[in-house]
Ligand binder design. Structure first.
Ligand SMILES: [Zn+2]
Length: 343
């Protein structure tokens, strides 16, 4: 009797142990799944990222931009549309729990051009993997959801000050063009520099968004070009130049002329380009601290948004729109950030 009792207890213990073990294994497997691409895989590769480009360890993806939706509506509408689309679509698999926000923001990577990294999580501007979902796509993208100084923003109520002039040392340079699946990007060769706040930044690449990601007092522009700079310690500074319809812009035309036929393929241009042509005549600007506007949304990016827009012709705007009718992240909360503005 006693023996039987012990026997049955032993069996129960055994069963309990097996169940606990199975549960453990399952959760470990789940963690692995969400645990992300090995950091070093991301870091090692220096993909021709988007502005991020620089930092973005983001890999150029081959996925074609969603063909639907030709209208470049304001980013805010885009978010609503994307959310609605995502809600309407059945989810194929349970979304992994939101990434732990504890991941340290990684130092931005630089990198004009190198081989794309395999297996980068797919992100997009619309639908299921649109901006509202970026943070869930990879633990590395946690800042896209939990960050507190994200970009872009609607620039309002800047503190008008006598801001120091930015010194540009741009020169005619060689460049390569890539369609990285999120934008058209020119990786600039040679030595082009910009000095501000006592630091010198080198121009790494520039790329475009349509419509403009930043808003000025609620106004969105046709496009924006982001000139991504990096200093010797790896800190990023992005100069944003808003673009409105008007006369043709020679540097934009030069980039379009050298557009590769294939996505993800970086092609050296046969001509040179003067990045100074991407700057407006007036160098007055707004400045604030923000983030990359594409995953991984790393923060500590110095933003300089030029007050005077540049112009591009209807034909140039139309050509870009055929490739990327909408590649702008919606504006993010400004919170308590200081925005300064040249008098
Ligand atoms: Zn950008």
């Amino acid at each position: 009797m006693m023996w039987k009792f012990f026997q049955s207890r032993a069996v129960l213990c055994m069963v309990g142990f097996i169940l606990a073990w199975a549960a453990n294994t399952a959760s470990a497997a789940e963690e692995k799944k969400t645990a992300a691409p090995p950091a070093e895989e991301k870091k090692a590769a220096t993909p021709p990222a988007d502005e991020k480009k620089a930092s973005k360890s983001a890999t150029p993806e081959k996925t074609p931009p969603a063909p639907e939706k030709k209208t470049a509506g304001p980013a805010i509408n885009e978010r609503a549309a994307a959310e609605a689309a995502a809600a309407a679509r059945p989810r194929p698999k349970p979304a992994p729990r939101a990434a732990p926000p504890k991941l340290a923001d990684k130092p931005a990577e630089t990198a004009p051009a190198v081989a794309p990294v395999a297996h980068a999580p797919h992100w997009s501007y619309e639908g299921e993997n649109g901006p509202h979902a970026w943070a869930r796509l990879s633990p590395e993208f946690a800042k896209c959801g939990a960050g507190e100084r994200q970009s872009p923003i609607d620039i309002r109520e800047g503190m008008k000050l006598d801001l120091e002039p930015i010194t540009f040392d741009y020169r005619v340079s060689s460049f390569k063009v890539i369609d990285n699946g999120h934008t058209i990007q020119a990786n600039v060769g040679g030595w082009n520099a910009m000095r501000v706040m006592g630091r010198r930044f080198r121009l790494v690449q520039f790329h475009f968004h349509k419509p403009s990601e930043e808003l000025i007092e609620g106004r969105q522009f046709e496009m924006v070009v982001h000139l991504v700079h990096k200093d010797s310690e790896g800190r990023l500074a992005v100069i944003a130049v808003l673009i409105e319809g008007g006369v043709a812009q020679p540097a934009i035309q030069t980039v379009l002329n050298n557009l590769p036929l294939e996505k993800g393929e970086e092609i050296a241009a046969t001509t040179q380009l003067d990045p100074a042509q991407m700057l407006p005549e007036s160098k007055k600007y707004f400045t604030y601290m923000g983030s990359l506007t594409t995953p991984p949304c790393s923060e500590d990016v110095l933003w300089i948004v030029m007050k005077q827009p540049l112009q591009a012709s209807a034909n140039q705007l139309g050509l870009f729109e055929r490739l990327y009718p909408m590649n702008a992240r919606p504006v993010q909360a400004t919170r308590e950030r200081v925005i300064k503005e040249s008098n």
